[in-house]
Every structure is written in C-alpha cells, then in structure tokens.
Design a protein around this ligand. Sequence first.
Ligand code: GLU
Length: 279
Amino acid sequence: MGLRTRFAPSPTGFLHLGSAFSALFAFRLAQKSGGDFILRIEDIDGSRCRSRFEEAIFQDLMWLGLEWETPVRRQSEHLTDYTLALQTLKDRDLIYPCFCSRSDIAAEIRRAGVAPHRQNSGIYPGTCKRLSSSEKKEKIDSGAPAAWRLDIHKALEQTGPLYWHDRQLGKVRVALEQHGDVVVERRDIRTSYHLSVTLDDHIQEISLITRGEDLIPATSIHVLLQSLLGLETPEYFHHRLVTNDLGVRLAKRNDGQNIRSLKEAGFSPDAILKMIEFD
Ligand code: GLU
C-alpha cells in the first residue's frame, strides 16, 4: 500500500530552503510508493500566522512542482477536535492546570538551586502539580488563566515504556526526562503544537511522518500522547537539516534564503532542488 506523508508548515513566514527540503522529502516518498502527499496548515497560533504567508507557501510549493490532496486541513478550523481530546485527558486526571507565568517558573527553578547552565534546568518544577484540590478550585474560580500540563509521571505509569520506529534511527525509546510536564493546552490558544499535530496525523491517517531531526525530542511526547489517546503510532523518518555553506541551519530567520527571494533573483525550481541536493 502507498504511503501517506505530510508537510505541515506554520504560515509565519515565507517558505525557506529548509522547509522546501522537508516538503520535497515527504512528497517524493509518497510519490515513489504510489501513495498520497498531504499539506496541512498549522495555524493555531493566530498571533503569529498570516494568510498572506499561507498563500505564498501554496504558490511556492506549486512552483517547485508539488501537488497535494485537497481540501487542505487548517488547524484553526478544527479546534473542537483538540478540545475533545483534552477533555478525555482531564477526565482521566492526566493533565493538570498550571497558573505559573514564565517568571514564576524561572524563580522557582532558581529557588530550587538549579544552576542556570545545567542541562534540563528549564524543566517545569511541578509547582502547580502540588496544589491541593481546594487551592486549584480557588484559582480556577478566581478566573486565573491556566495552561494544562501533562503529568508525565502518571502518564508513563499507565503506558509503560514506549518505542517508535524511525527509518533513519531504527527502534527509538520514548525519552521524556528532558521535557518534564509539557504544556498540552496553552492558556492563550487552548491547544498546543504537540496535541494538535498528534491528533491531526491520526485523523489524516498519515502512515509515515517525515520531518527534520530537530524534532526528534518532540516525537517522544507525540508517541506518549498517541498511547494515552489510544491512537496508533505511525512510522517516522527524521531527516537531515539543510545548512548553508558555513554549516548553519537554514530557518525562517535567514531571510535571504527564502524561496520567494530566490525566485525573484532568477533561480529556477531545478536550481533550487540542486541547492538543497535534491536532484
Ligand atoms: N508546524 C510545525 C513546524 O512548522 C510542523 C512540525 C512537524 O512536522 O511536526 O515546525
């Protein structure tokens, strides 16, 4: 059976060489297997996403020769899916409200005496996990804004050790030490990247998730969420990141390297594929 792969950009800027590589990587694998390639717009963070960037992403991908299934799923149009999944995690007491601001968290970490340079020093210290039910209720009733965090310890107790299969790395064990209790419902947008991406990959029946190797740590969280929500774990393929001549990773920040400006400077789609060693 053919693969179903996807490219899931957030429309916060123009498509750059790194993301063009990622899109082509997924597209070619689907094409080779006689399967389908899906484009998904990850626009839950309305304060950073712009429709002009979404339009530009469509145009630039088309110009590079990609085709995808329509209609395109936009996360902002499916918030109920995320709310329902969060409710099941709340009902099972696997997530808890967190009222801490960034500065509260930093202060708590300092109080605990963790040197700021120590690895993992940014992990949430669990302040709100220790609130009693009445303290929690009081805060909620007072209207204090809350994010919801996954109780990693409790979650892993339920699931036991977890693994995923990666075409590049083989069998990988889910490792959550470096994350701590991650936020699965942000206080501003009532969902999160981790939750939305996990649900959408399931809903869209993606069989091979391809993305940059910078997202390997995030996959541990997604596999845990899959297990908690009773979703199948697809196969993964974390690919190399595109770097410039100096070995620096190309991201949206490197404006000169976006597809739009390269096109305007006279580069052809073939020249761009060569640039990212995709010919
Ligand atoms: N919207 C995410 C990004 O642009 C997608 C990451 C993923 O492929 O899971 O980084």
